[in-house]
Ligand binder design. Structure first.
Ligand code: SF4
Length: 291
């Protein structure tokens, strides 16, 4: 098995076989993301190489693999035929395979178009994790996401229409104090249109080698306090009008809320209200600036 550069996977892929299909991220500009800032540059691994890694895993672990995740940061950017070829091959050699998953940002999903996504679904791609981050265009622009809400909504709707499961990540606090209300409302609005299977919460935490950390230091971005982040989360949850699974499966979040909308809304809101009773000093630091 060959791995190059940082290898990230969603928490829900903790038990999956990880076979690297791409290296780095072709966008690599998001203002909060440090993962590939120091390289390696984006490239797509040759299909034959990936198949050899799949064969090696088959030899090592046997035919019983049930889930595969193909890192790295934006594997949906791979040429459609290449990605379809490795999805189909994985299903051929692992007859019990239940799910193949990749990360993909809306820009690159959108470039695939509905026809490309249907091709990938037919080849066995089962789920895409998308960093929506925000539904607010000003926030998307300021964090250099390289997309806007319209493109993100279209991309999400095409994923769902193709039959692929959709997991959308949203980032609490990414609009800072200045855009917290607009970020909350427009993110809920975008999610209400897309109606993804899963909504996963991450809370903004400034990282080394990122533009946002630089802006915080220069006083150009005001990060939310724990209570402000909780109130923003509450505003989003209150305004979701969809039947999606919500998860906050990440260490950055101040509170762990999870459940299905709308039936678990009240219990999620009550967890947030309880957390708001805690002193802010009880939560993780907003900013740990050592570099
Ligand atoms: S698209 Fe994803 S991996 Fe690439 S820079 Fe943005 S957050 Fe990082």
């Amino acid at each position: 098995m060959h791995y190059e550069g940082p290898i990230y996977r969603p928490p829900s892929e903790a038990d999956s076989l990880l076979v690297q299909a791409t290296v780095g991220c072709p966008h690599n500009k998001c203002a909060f993301c440090m993962v590939y800032k120091k390289g390696p540059p984006f490239r797509v691994r040759p299909v034959d190489e990936i198949k050899r890694d799949l064969d090696e895993a088959r030899g090592e672990y046997g035919p019983g693999i049930r889930t595969i995740f193909f890192p790295a940061g934006n594997t949906i950017a791979m040429p459609t035929d290449d990605l379809a070829a490795i999805c189909a091959y994985a299903h051929d050699i692992f007859p019990h395979l239940e799910r193949v998953t990749v990360y993909g940002s809306s820009t690159y999903i959108h470039r695939k178009g509905l026809a490309g996504l249907i091709k990938l679904k037919n080849a066995g791609l089962g789920r895409i994790h998308v960093g929506l981050e925000s539904g607010d265009d000003r926030v998307l622009q300021s964090i250099k996401k390289g997309t806007d809400s319209q493109e993100q909504i279209e991309a999400g709707l095409w994923v769902l229409k193709s039959g692929i499961e959709l997991s959308e990540y949203i980032m609490i606090g990414i609009g800072g104090k200045e855009r917290t209300h607009e970020h909350a409302m427009n993110t809920a609005l975008a999610l209400n249109v897309i109606h993804p299977h899963f909504i996963r919460l991450r809370t903004f935490l400034p990282k080394a080698n990122t533009l946002l950390l630089h802006q915080i230091r220069k006083g150009r971005f005001q990060a939310l306090s724990p209570h402000e982040a909780l109130r923003e989360t509450r505003e989003i949850i209150r305004n979701l009008e969809i039947n999606s699974q919500v998860a906050s499966d990440h260490y950055t979040n101040y509170v762990d809320i999870r459940g299905r909308m709308p039936e678990d809304r009240d219990s999620m809101l009550s967890t947030i209200e309880d957390a708001l009773q805690m002193e802010e000093e009880m939560f993780r630091p907003v900013y740990v600036g050592t570099q």
